[in-house]
Design a protein around this ligand. Structure first.
Ligand SMILES: Nc1ncnc2c1ncn2[C@@H]1O[C@H](COP(=O)(O)OP(=O)(O)OP(=O)(O)O)[C@@H](O)[C@H]1O
Ligand SMILES: [Mg+2]
Length: 248
């Protein structure tokens, strides 16, 4: 049973709708959200469902970094909402709360449909997102940073992530917080998670730097496990192909 009563409350509508039948265990309570492993209900195509419940406003440390906020679709229009977000007013925080959830949901849907390896998104509520759970009834599948792969397996995993980074860019998306902590090693697949801060490289001037950092962190991980990849070259080549419209 989840320890957080608020989070439990946030999952009730999904139980009523038939997406989940019970909460099996809390997977992790992170900076911005708590993830639960739930048993899938009649509506769920999967036996296990992950519920990512966002922290209530007053307990959340938002990623207020201007690098992420620039050019966000929901804030692109001038007006009360975007002014309030920039000034960090109470109304602004409320707008931003809904925005992060909506953006993570939309990003996951677009990427999943585009063939990027992400947990299949199932349902979005006011405070939570449901998606396919990776793992079993006892534990989640490990994160990349938790495994000790052979050089060959490290190479396979990092190359798959780098192909997905390219596919994401082709769908106008830069993850912005990619690291071995946000990639799940599920059997032979590397599954990318945690998208609320993703940016649109057509609208955000920091996208090139964020892309380079994402790639750098993944290549550092691979190097530690004996699979050398040249991060700077990879990101420079990818970015120039994106700018010239050569992806896809
Ligand atoms: N679909 C999933 N299946 C299995 N485990 C998952 C799934 N999604 C998330 N997790 C687990 O929950 C943890 C937190 O998820 P996520 O990174 O999306 O949230 P977060 O609040 O941003 O966490 P953090 O602050 O640690 O980045 C992940 O590290 C992973 O272990
Ligand atoms: Mg995370």
């Amino acid at each position: 049973m989840p320890t957080d009563c608020d989070a439990r409350e946030a999952l009730r509508p999904f139980e009523d709708e038939g997406w989940i039948t019970e909460v099996l265990y809390e997977v992790k309570s992170g900076k911005e959200a708590t993830v639960f492993c739930c048993r899938g209900g009649v509506l769920s195509p999967y036996p296990l469902v992950a519920a990512k419940v966002y922290r209530p406003l007053e307990r959340r440390g938002f990623r207020n970094d201007a690098a992420y906020l620039e050019g966000r679709v929901h804030l692109a229009r001038p007006g009360r909402a975007s002014r309030a977000v920039r000034k960090h007013t109470a109304f602004g925080r409320e707008v931003q709360y809904g925005t992060w959830i909506a953006e993570e949901w939309e990003t996951m849907q677009i990427l999943s449909e585009g063939g990027v390896t992400v947990p299949t998104p199932l349902r979005c509520g006011e405070r939570a997102i449901l998606m396919r759970f990776l793992g079993d009834e006892t534990a989640p599948a490990p994160l990349l940073h938790e495994i000790t792969p052979s050089p060959t397996r490290a190479a396979t995993l990092v190359d798959q992530v780098l192909r997905d980074v390219e596919l994401m860019l082709d769908h106008d998306c830069v993850h912005g917080d990619l690291s071995p902590y946000n990639v799940i090693a599920c059997e032979e697949q590397a599954v990318i998670i945690d998208f609320p801060q993703a940016v649109d490289p057509r609208l955000n001037r920091n996208a090139c730097g964020l892309l380079a950092r994402d790639i750098e962190r993944m290549c550092q991980w691979a190097s530690r496990h004996g699979a050398e990849r040249r991060a700077a070259e990879i990101s420079a080549r990818l970015w120039s192909r994106f700018v010239r419209g050569e992806l896809g």
